[in-house]
Write a protein that binds this ligand. Structure first.
Ligand code: KIV
Ligand code: ZN
Length: 526
């Protein structure tokens, strides 16, 4: 491999999906994996197969269907995990097993209750076992940053000797400073005698807001793989953000002297997809993909950018696929124009029925909204491809609101052959709508979160609503898009309820899609 190329290892579907409240089903994970392949990531860590049947299924499906990137599965350094990871990856062309065990004293004593010698043996055994399934094996000494340096290097050397082709150095708790982490990578490369047989990888958490800085420091000191997630999602404060690290490497190539194979024009679209499906709205001031990342409010800045973009812009927004033609289709556009646009936008595997339904939605929206942008089309498509079986279907809705009126909703829902109607009042219109839906559906749950955002500017913009509901330990996310935010809210709420009622218990008695948190995983005997 070219010495200056940095491998981008995306862990959105594994470490990212560990974010509290993120809960992707298998189809959603597959869709993200396909987009990650378009983005050009080198490795997709698709899940942790031992953690749930749903994670196993997702890894298996992605390994079988997504080609291009290497598909990776996570496994603790224990035989059952490695076996399950190997099983899940069986149908894949290019696969990797990523096995890990903690090497810090605090983790070994309080979590694993294992001695250094035991941990060393387990690491070696896991790598050797993983080699039976694939040549490509990654090993991570968890909590590397807080590990005893000599012991960790001993484990890394043994793991490489056993066949590890990548050694990953996690800052599991996001504790390190950039110069310290960079120095750690430099010292590992200087100390581990067989390190040249493996790629050194960085894996940083963002507890101090330093994950990207630490990853870049690692690269400057010789690491050639960065583990990261889209929008930086992940447990606690998240992981290294893929878009930030990639654009930093590209924009400051003069200092970094390395490159990635990321197709940067796919960044914005990937960010939106992950945000839509996880329901995690990207903060407006987020670097690279936030709504304001390229917005110039101050008159002096606007003037400068108009005369010469580089006066205030260090990156071209087109490089991350930001600019989409605003006015692409209108109410007079026919099927042909819409279908050609869908192809151009990369939606090449839609079925004829899906295209027809998208066209109907497009017509409905075009009747209310004059100009339809690519973002609108993307929102309609996203709504369509995330349809799930509907036990409850919204047939009709009427709301009354106003300064001196009590907000009231009247809703009709079809459930199989039954038509159910109810009317309720609420504190506001959305509250009235949700109460009416609850009265009809009678599905116990609690509302965790409700958020609205507009797809484009203007009062006729499509409103996208995300709703999160909880039943027991499981969160269900619903999304709805419409020029009418009340209708979008009703759709989103019903979608979340439909997801809840369509759950299927898996063979462990857990619900499909439900997975163990890290704490629960650690409780499993190692
Ligand atoms: O942060 C961490 O230590 C991890 C390991 C599993 C690599 O995610
Ligand atoms: Zn991690």
């Amino acid at each position: 491999m070219d010495q200056n190329r940095v491998i981008i290892f995306d862990t959105t579907l594994r470490d990212g999906e560990q974010s509290p409240g993120a809960s992707l089903n298998v189809e959603e994970k597959l869709e993200i994996a396909k987009q990650l392949a378009r983005l050009g990531v080198d490795v997709i860590e698709a899940g942790f197969p031992i953690s749930s049947q749903a994670d196993f299924d997702a890894v298996k499906l992605i390994a079988e269907t997504v080609h291009g990137p290497t598909i990776c599965a996570l496994a603790r350094a224990v035989p059952v995990d490695v076996e399950r990871a190997g099983e899940a990856l069986k149908g894949g062309k290019r696969t990797r097993i990523h096995t890990f065990i903690a090497t810090s004293d605090i983790h070994m004593e309080y979590k694993l209750k294992k001695s250094r010698a035991e941990v060393l043996d387990m690491a070696v055994a896991a790598v050797k076992q993983a080699k039976h399934y694939t040549d490509d094996v990654e090993f991570s000494p968890e909590d590397a940053v807080r590990s005893d340096f000599d012991f960790m290097c001993q484990v890394l050397e043994a793991a490489i000797e056993a066949g590890a082709t990548t050694i990953n150095i996690p800052d599991t708790v996001g504790y390190s400073m950039p110069w310290e982490y960079g120095d750690l990578i430099r010292r590992i490369i200087a100390r581990v005698p067989n390190v040249h047989k493996a790629i050194v990888s960085v894996h940083c958490h963002n507890d101090l807001g330093l994950a990207v800085a630490n990853s870049l420091a690692g690269v400057l000191n010789g690491a050639r793989q960065v583990e990261c997630t889209i929008n930086g999602i992940g447990e606690r404060a998240g992981n290294t953000s893929l878009e930030e690290v990639v654009m930093a490497i590209k924009t400051r190539a003069d200092l970094m002297h390395v490159y990635t194979n990321i197709v940067t024009r796919e960044i914005y679209r990937t960010s939106r997809l992950v945000s839509d499906l996880t329901g995690f709205v990207v903060q407006p001031n987020k670097a690279i993909v936030g709504k304001n990342a390229f917005a110039h409010e101050a008159g002096i800045h606007q003037h400068g950018v108009l005369s010469h973009a580089q006066t205030y812009e260090i990156m071209d927004p087109r490089d991350i696929g930001w600019e989409r033609s605003e006015l692409v289709l209108g109410r007079h556009s026919g099927k042909h124009a819409l279908f050609a646009k869908l192809e151009e936008m990369g939606y090449t595997d839609l079925s004829a029925e899906q295209k027809e339904r998208i066209y109907q939605r497009f017509k409905d929206i075009a009747a209310k909204k004059k100009d339809i942008s690519e973002w609108d089309i993307e929102s309609i498509v996203s709504d369509e491809i995330h349809q799930i079986p509907e036990m409850f279907h919204l047939e009709y809705m009427h709301v009354v609101s106003g300064g001196s009126t009590i907000p009231t909703a009247t809703i009709r829902i079809r459930k199989g052959d039954d038509i159910l109607t109810a009317s309720e009042i609420g504190v506001g219109t959305v509250d009235a709508v949700f109460r009416t839906i609850d009265a009809i559906c009678n599905v116990p749950h609690s509302l965790v979160d409700y958020s609205v955002k507009s797809v484009t500017g203007g009062t006729d913009a499509l409103g996208e609503v995300t709703v999160r509901i909880r039943d027991g330990g499981r969160v269900y996310i619903g999304r709805g898009a419409s020029p009418d935010v009340i209708e979008a809210s009703a759709k989103a709420y019903l979608q979340a309820i439909n997801k809840l009622v369509s759950r299927v218990p898996d063979d462990d008695g857990r619900l499909t899609g439900q997975r163990m948190g890290m704490a629960e995983q650690e409780k499993m005997t190692v």
